[in-house]
Design a protein around this ligand. Structure first.
Ligand SMILES: Cc1cc2nc3c(=O)[nH]c(=O)nc-3n(C[C@H](O)[C@H](O)[C@H](O)COP(=O)(O)OP(=O)(O)OC[C@H]3O[C@@H](n4cnc5c(N)ncnc54)[C@H](O)[C@@H]3O)c2cc1C
Length: 499
């Protein structure tokens, strides 16, 4: 295989598909299903939205639609409530408390562990609550919890604003921001999106609707900002800080054989030492070349795909931001390059994290990660193991310039420069154990270089300790105390594997 061959568009699309596999049809299913006319025996007083019980004929379709990927957990909620309003959420929580059902929550359904699916639960699906109001004067968006990435960016942009939305158009904003949120243009939009939550409305275990802001219930506000898929409440509205919309978006990509990884990481290090590229979003992906046969030997199929994204006010500034990359060994030594490509936001989704590709076939999926100050070294530590990846869709992604900072009013615990995520993606159930084992074997390689872990992208199935490792000891302890305070009788499910 010649990695110079001009398969640019497919390469990019495939790259994107890797992290977006399988999403859209199942994700949209709840909204479509809700329009159906199946007679239902179950009703919950005060709930206007659909209630689906295990006895209903379409229960399994609903259950499966709660998780976007194909490795659907074999966990079975007792009831699924598709909430239409805060009142629905309050009524559902009260009903669960009175009937000894534990509550789980589902928004965009993208969590890799399918955290919303719990045995015997009352699952509150908030995906149909998707209203967005932009307060242009205050530069704040007020959104309901079912809003997704694309809906958010379109609404913000109409008023000249931006938000660090997820890289894939269908990811839910509430699961994303509650856990952290590395969104498009994070370097210029406050780092992790959770730090752009300026307020929230939360239904607590006793059925109250509380405001959480720096001055109202500040401990709840602290928890909302970073807690991830183990919150002891339902967020029914988020107030998000907006940022100026960039008028010019550009990307430059450079492709190398995997054997040249050191060239890529050392060049990136050098560029960052000698130039101010802190505003740029640099991403390195170790991946299987999409044109190479699945069984091609690693030296002929595994590549390093580097992209720098610039989000600036005008084309000249965007070009200037990408110039250090074009003048470096990335450009002079790359096997293939695509420089200064202009994009609109929809184009970024379509080219880099598209759901319109064959890759949208709904694969099986697992991920784990480190947050680190040694991104290059972490990739080097993983490179040999990557050569043994069990399938061609497995990949490793590193995102730099994270600008993580410690905030007293946020339980997000880490200060780090880089996220490195290892993604196992495959099709056949028979390959489950091979893929989970491969992913698990990345931990001893990358964990020694970790500052911490990102709670939205860990493999928690069978590994409950992984959730705890996503928080500093003090923050984990405080989260447990707050859980005890706000949910003393355990109405809400804990992190997967915790009780
Ligand atoms: C294709 C794809 C692309 C991704 N891209 C990015 C990316 O660019 N950057 C990034 O940082 N992450 C990304 N992720 C990871 C993503 O942030 C997490 O998977 C996140 O959990 C998804 O949120 P969701 O609402 O879609 O998921 P869900 O599965 O609906 O929610 C996950 C859990 O969050 C909690 N939760 C959600 N909403 C609420 C609420 N309203 N109240 C209380 N608890 C709630 C619940 O515990 C719920 O079970 C991506 C994931 C996928 C699959």
């Amino acid at each position: 295989m010649d990695i110079n061959e001009p398969s640019r568009r497919r390469t990019l699309r495939q790259l994107i598909g890797l992290t977006a596999l399988g999403a859209v049809n199942m994700l949209r299913a709840p909204r479509a299903l809700a329009a159906g006319k199946i007679a239902r025996a179950t009703a919950i007083p005060g709930v206007g939205g659909k209630v689906i019980s295990r006895q209903d004929a379409d229960y399994e379709v609903w259950r499966q639609a709660m998780v976007w990927h194909q490795s659907k957990p074999k966990r079975y909620p007792q009831l699924i409530v598709q909430a239409r309003s805060e009142q629905d959420v309050i009524a559902a929580v009260k009903y669960a408390a009175a009937n000894q059902l534990k509550v789980s929550v589902r928004s965009g359904g993208h969590n890799a562990n399918g955290s919303a699916l719990r045995d015997g639960a009352l699952l509150i699906d908030v995906s149909a609550m998707n209203d967005i109001v932009i307060d242009a004067a205050r530069q704040i968006a007020s959104i309901q919890p079912g809003v997704r990435s694309l809906e958010m960016i379109q609404a913000a942009r109409e008023q000249g604003f931006s938000f660090p939305v997820p890289h894939c158009s269908s990811v839910g904003l509430s699961g994303f921001t509650l856990g952290g949120g590395m969104g498009w243009n994070w370097p210029q939009c406050g780092g992790m999106a959770t730090h752009s939550i300026v307020g929230a409305e939360v239904v607590t275990a006793d059925g109250r609707l509380l405001r959480a802001t720096p001055s109202e219930n500040p401990d709840l506000y602290w928890a909302v900002r970073g807690v991830g898929p183990g919150f002891f409440g339902v967020v029914t509205r988020l107030f998000l800080q907006l940022y100026p919309a960039p008028r010019s978006i550009m990307a430059s990509s450079y492709i190398f054989p995997l054997a040249e990884l050191a060239t890529v990481t050392s060049t990136l290090d050098a560029i960052r030492q000698t130039h101010d590229v802190a505003r740029v979003e640099p991403i390195i992906v170790l991946m299987h070349h999409p044109e190479a046969p699945a069984d091609a030997p690693p030296e002929k199929s595994k590549i390093v795909f580097f992209t720098a994204f610039a989000f600036e006010d005008n084309e000249q500034a965007a070009r200037a931001a990408l110039l250090p990359f074009a003048q470096s060994a990335l450009a002079s030594k790359a096997a293939m390059k695509m420089e200064y490509q202009p994009f609109a936001f929809e184009g970024l989704y379509d080219r880099y994290f598209s759901l319109n590709d064959p890759a949208g076939r709904c694969a099986r999926y697992a991920v784990d990660n480190v947050l680190t100050d040694a991104g290059g070294k972490t990739l080097q530590a993983l490179a040999d193991h990557f050569r043994t990846a069990p399938g061609k869709d497995c990949h490793i992604l590193a995102a730099f310039n994270l600008r993580l900072q410690r905030h007293e009013d946020s339980c997000f615990s880490w200060v780090a420069d880089c996220f490195v995520g290892c993604y196992a993606i495959w099709d056949a159930e028979a390959d489950d154990s091979r893929n989970f084992a491969w992913l698990r074997q990345t931990l001893p390689l990358m964990d020694p270089l970790a500052v911490g872990h990102y709670v939205n992208e860990i493999e928690g199935r069978g590994h409950p300790e992984r959730y705890q490792q996503c928080f500093s000891a003090a923050n984990w302890q405080r989260l447990q105390s707050l859980r005890q305070q706000y949910d003393p009788s355990g109405v809400f499910h804990h992190y997967l594997g915790h009780s």
